[in-house]
Design a binder for this molecule. Structure first.
Ligand SMILES: [Fe+2]
Length: 260
């Protein structure tokens, strides 16, 4: 019990939710340092992200303003919620790239997907038909409430196939926050962690922020991602440039964004 409590609370002592938004004297480089964002929803109208082409372009311009060079956008692939296919995503990418050419924005845009663990994902995985980015990375998510029964089998299958699994927003899964060993088990099995920058700014909740800080303090963050759905998210992320949390993430974690 005591050990359990220690595990649960001690990591917060170095950086608490109350202290991390202390202002710094200067601005920290954000996009210039990260270079590539690996999680966003910018193909208009196909998921809960950007609704129009204008909104997509505005968000991409905001990424460029923050210093980013490349955005890998990752529409949801979730069979009972969004009727998406790889073709739909790639056709959408083509359209956004074409529109981007008409603007002075020089950001490089690519697309993959945020795969929800479900039957559709399993089928695509066994067919080796996955949208990846850079060095065969897959971005995946799962139920926030229940651990998928075959989670570790699927991770192994991804690795056998030569894919490198990245778990989107590990700070959001309630079942992992209740069983912190799972974070270590996933890490030991080779899964990389992508924390949402929005979580560091206490969106969508203080609870999510708390676990994002825990991951930060334990050096478990491999990638930062925007998970941008709308322009307001970029405004929130821009505020990170002047807060101490970003410095802590850089200091305590070995981020891989700039290796992509
Ligand atoms: Fe997402």
């Amino acid at each position: 019990m005591i050990n359990g409590l220690k595990k649960m609370f001690s990591p917060f002592s170095a950086l608490s939710p109350h202290s991390h938004l202390l202002p710094l004297s200067g601005e920290l480089e954000l996009g210039r340092k990260l270079k590539t964002d690996i999680h966003s929803h910018l193909i208009p109208g196909i998921d809960d992200g950007a609704k129009t082409m204008e909104e997509s372009i505005a968000i991409l311009e905001a990424f460029e303003h923050l210093g980013y060079e490349r955005v890998v956008t990752t529409p949801h692939m979730m069979q009972d919620r969004y009727d998406n296919s790889h073709k739909k995503i790639l056709d959408g990418l083509f359209e956004v790239r074409r529109e981007l050419e008409k603007h002075s924005c020089e950001i490089k845009l690519d697309a993959a997907a945020e795969y929800y663990i479900d039957d559709q994902f399993e089928k695509l995985l066994y067919e080796r038909d996955i949208l990846t980015f850079s060095d065969n990375y897959i971005l995946f998510e799962m139920s926030c409430i229940n651990k998928p029964l075959n989670l570790f089998d699927l991770i192994l299958e991804m690795q056998i196939a030569g894919y490198k699994p990245i778990l989107a927003h590990p700070e959001r899964y309630v079942f992992m926050n209740n069983d912190r060993d799972l974070y270590y088990e996933l890490k030991d099995s080779g899964v990389l962690f992508q924390v949402d920058m929005l979580s560091l700014t206490n969106y969508p909740s203080f609870e999510t922020q708390r676990y994002a800080l825990w991951l930060c303090n334990n050096g478990m963050i491999d990638f930062l991602g925007s998970d941008a759905h709308k322009i307001a998210h970029l405004d929130m992320i821009e505020k990170l440039k002047t807060t101490s949390i970003l410095k802590s993430v850089y200091d305590k974690n070995k981020l891989l964004n700039d290796t992509l």
